[in-house]
Design a protein around this ligand. Structure first.
Ligand code: NIG
Ligand code: FE
Length: 411
């Protein structure tokens, strides 16, 4: 099927196929063409250019994008959208003065979600996650990473990952799975934490690998959760089974997780609300993508990842939603991009780069997603009629998306 989008006011994020990510000052450059056409062949981008150079073709579908902006669909590289029930009671507890950490130490937080997930059926989890996926697809997300980590037992971690696998099969967006068995210590291992690390390394990782349920491994490396040496053991074991590390680091404290991630060639280090000069130096000369999660900072009222320091140091930066019931109950990447501009002093160009090509990099998807490039997946956002792309983060409370195209199909 041939689809043609015509009269595009501005087509954003045109990249040659050798661009895997953008860093530093280059993040402020967003290559575009005005008054453009975009040609799709089945699920792929076939051609694009200025309207005056439109080739003679006979498309099956024509979409007139007069006054509208077209950009690649968002690539959301960090989410926990498979969960059983929300945690709005904890939200109210926080309004009344308890901190995220205080709630967790009272058995709330991740352990609260684990209790609920352990008794939920695969079918229930699938249904709840499906609703979330449909919502974020309509908000322009075209590729998504999903973590386990609310199971915390062998059976429930595998249950979560099987749900993710089924979602990946059933939904047209690209979904990548991450094993996050090391998200919190279950109550029963509180007194003997090494036993839980043994269970992760000796049972969970081999099972996940045997059933081919995940491409990445993640650990919540943080005070009160997994320390550097425990994280190291998990990452090293997972690597032996072919899993690629991505770590939750520096959400509340800098304890050496960034350095550990870099040493283990982590694909990404995520959160980084607290970042030291040493952490920043570690990231230089590495291929590890720093990932900021501004919706989490917003929701928990914790510091925002220092985007300016990261980008001004010549590093790349990625933006993701962290969609989960405890610290970011939203997967709206439009809000994430706007918040990055409003609260982290990122320019619209930087934020769009961070949420498209750099998001694709953080999921090992740069070859197929994240930019307008011939041969890449036709995953696109067509906006309503708007004055400029700066308007996307500016009008942060409005839904500016008119059409979402995934694999060449309007959804
Ligand atoms: O990325 N910080 C660790 N994990 C999640 C939150 C999990 C939860 O509260 O349920 C995060 O913010
Ligand atoms: Fe997270």
């Amino acid at each position: 099927m041939i689809s043609l989008i015509t009269n595009i006011k501005e087509l954003l994020q045109l990249r040659s196929d050798d661009v895997e990510k953008v860093s530093g000052i280059e993040m402020n450059n967003l290559p575009t063409i005005k008054n453009a056409f975009l040609l799709l062949e089945d699920d792929l981008i076939a051609d694009f250019g200025e309207m005056q150079n439109l080739p003679k073709i006979d498309p099956d579908i024509i979409i007139d994008a007069e006054g509208k902006i077209v950009l690649p669909a968002w690539c959301d590289s960090h989410s926990h959208i498979v969960y059983a029930e929300n945690r709005e009671d904890e939200f109210v507890d926080r309004i009344k003065g308890l901190s995220y950490e205080e709630i967790a130490s009272k058995g709330g937080g991740i352990l609260n979600s684990a209790k609920k997930l352990q008794t939920a059926s695969e079918k229930e989890l699938y249904q709840q996650a499906s609703e979330r996926i449909k919502e974020i697809m309509s908000l322009g997300t075209g590729a998504l990473e999903i973590k386990s980590g609310y199971g915390l037992t062998v059976a429930s971690e595998l249950k979560m990952l099987r749900v993710i696998k089924k979602l990946a099969n059933d939904y047209p967006i690209q979904i990548k799975a991450t094993f996050l068995g090391a998200h919190a210590f279950p109550e029963k291992f509180k007194e003997d934490k090494e036993k839980y690390i043994d269970l992760i390394c000796e049972v969970m990782i081999p099972e996940v690998s045997k059933e081919n349920l995940a491409e990445f491994v993640d650990v919540f490396c943080e005070t009160g959760y997994f320390d550097v040496s425990q994280t190291n053991r998990i990452l090293k074991t997972a690597k032996q089974f072919g899993l690629i590390p991505k770590i939750h680091v520096n959400q509340f404290n800098s304890i050496g997780g960034v350095q550990l991630g870099v040493e283990n060639s982590a694909l990404s280090v995520d959160h980084l609300e607290i970042l030291t000069t040493e952490d920043l130096d570690e990231l230089k000369n590495s291929d590890t993508m720093p990932v900021a999660l501004p919706a989490c900072s917003y929701f928990l009222s914790i510091p925002y990842t220092p985007a300016r320091e990261i980008i001004d140091a010549g590093l790349p930066l990625c933006l993701a939603s962290d969609f989960n019931p405890g610290s970011s109950p939203s997967g709206n990447m439009n809000f994430v991009v706007a918040t990055a501009c409003i609260k982290m002093q990122m320019t619209p160009e930087e934020a769009i780069n961070a949420a498209t090509i750099n998001g694709a990099y953080a999921m090992n998807l740069s070859k197929t997603h994240g930019s307008i490039t011939k041969g890449k997946k036709a995953n696109l956002i067509i906006t309503k009629q708007i004055p400029s792309y700066n308007y996307i983060p500016y009008a942060f409370g409005s839904n500016l998306i008119e059409t979402v195209i995934i694999n060449g199909n309007v959804i």
